[in-house]
Ligand binder design. Structure first.
Ligand SMILES: [Zn+2]
Ligand SMILES: [Zn+2]
Length: 112
C-alpha cells in the first residue's frame, strides 16, 4: 500500500488509508520549540525539517541485510505496511519479497 501525501496547511501526510488512524505526530518545528526553545531550527533539522514538515506516527522497519535504514513503514494501529521506496527501485523489490515471505509464515502459523 502507498501512503497518501497531502499538502494541507503545511502537513505533508494524512491518515492511514487502511484504518483511518491519524498518522501526523505534529509539526517538527513545534517539537523544536518545545524541546529546544533556544534553537528550535537545529532540533528540527535532525528530523528532516524543513524538507519534512510533520513527524509521523508510522513505525520505520528495517530489514537486516537489505538496506541500512528504514525499508518500509508500518501503521501503529492496524499494522498495514507502506512502501518507502519507489516501485522501480531495488529495495522496493526486496521489501515485496520480505512481505510475501512474512505472509507465508503468518499463514503457516495460523493454520497450525
Ligand atoms: Zn501533519
Ligand atoms: Zn492503519
Amino acid at each position: 500500500m502507498e501512503l497518501p501525501k497531502t499538502e494541507q496547511e503545511g502537513h505533508d501526510h494524512d491518515v492511514c488509508p487502511s484504518c483511518a488512524t491519524e498518522l501526523c505526530a505534529g509539526h517538527i518545528l513545534d517539537w523544536g520549540k518545545k524541546y529546544k526553545p533556544e534553537n528550535p531550527e537545529q532540533y528540527a533539522s535532525a528530523y528532516g525539517w524543513p524538507a519534512k514538515l510533520c513527524g509521523s506516527k508510522t513505525i520505520g522497519v528495517e530489514i537486516s541485510g537489505a538496506y541500512d535504514g528504514v525499508c518500509y513503514w508500518q501503521c501503529p494501529a492496524c499494522d498495514e505496511r507502506f512502501h518507502r521506496f519507489e516501485p522501480n527501485s531495488r529495495i522496493h523489490a526486496l521489501v515485496e519479497q520480505h512481505w510475501s515471505r512474512a505472509d507465508i509464515e503468518n499463514a503457516r502459523a495460523e493454520s497450525q
